[in-house]
Write a protein that binds this ligand. Structure first.
Ligand SMILES: [Zn+2]
Length: 249
């Protein structure tokens, strides 16, 4: 999950902080700041990105229009998340923590014999026991491990397992091409790679596959709008570093 920094409240033409009367009115500002990607599952949002309340309106109506309480989400993540609580001391959140470090992919080859491979999200194996609990809370919140591969195919809407696997497969291909020719023409390669990565989404999948290629990591961090720069150490090969709340373990 890509760590995000939205920045301060967008301003109007006069330089004053904007106010809105409907939370959806933040949509364009959110897309400008963090790109049209789901903040939870990371897939690209090609149609009607949903403006999502991190803290649900039912839990805290005072935050219903608050810039700092809004992210973009796909329908599948937003529906699962619904109005369930997700405070940052029990959940990893993309605009609070370095969520890149909290999760990794796992694969199921041809699950339930549907003929397709699938990819899901699990806690990163490096986490402590407490961190695993927290990562699992976020996975459950958005059902990032949801396996709908055996659902009646004419009704299923949650295909995140498929898009995730496609991104993984693409990243594998691009990595092979880096090894074959890209590293001899890094500028041209990276320019092409970014068109693929930006049009597919799934920052974390690309970043992990190129974890040892510093210029690609730099391009991914800079190319996906609103990636939290303080989550990657520019003085140490752009390796990820934790971003915690005060007093958080
Ligand atoms: Zn999503």
């Amino acid at each position: 999950m890509r760590p995000i920094a939205k920045g301060t409240i967008p301003t109007d033409d006069k330089g004053n902080p904007k106010t809105v009367s409907n939370h959806r009115s933040w949509r364009k500002d959110l897309i400008d700041r963090i790109g049209n990607y789901c903040c939870y599952c990371e897939m690209i949002l090609t149609d009607s990105p949903q403006v999502e309340h991190v803290i649900a309106q039912d839990i805290n109506p005072a935050l219903a229009l608050d810039w700092y309480n809004l992210l973009l989400a796909c329908g599948a993540c937003n529906r699962k998340k619904d109005d369930n609580p997700c405070p940052p001391h029990t959940h990893y959140l993309p605009d609070v923590h370095n969520t890149y470090l909290a999760f990794e992919l796992f694969f199921v080859k041809n699950p339930k014999q549907n003929g397709e491979d699938a990819a899901f999200i699990k806690p990163n194996t490096n986490l402590t026991a407490n961190q695993i609990i927290k990562a699992n809370n976020t996975i459950q919140l958005c059902a990032l491990d949801e396996d709908t591969t055996a659902s009646p195919t004419n009704r299923v809407t949650d295909l995140r397992w498929r898009y995730r696997f496609q991104a993984f497969y693409l990243a594998e291909l691009w990595r092979k091409n880096w090894n074959d020719w890209g590293k001899t023409k890094p500028k041209e390669f990276i320019e092409l790679l970014m068109t693929a990565a930006e049009s597919k989404g799934f920052f974390s999948i690309w970043f992990r596959r190129f974890h040892d290629v510093i210029p690609v990591k730099k391009a991914l961090i800079e190319g996906f709008p609103g990636t939290a720069l303080n989550c990657f150490d520019a003085n140490n090969d752009y390796n990820p570093v934790w971003r915690n709340l005060p007093n958080e373990i």
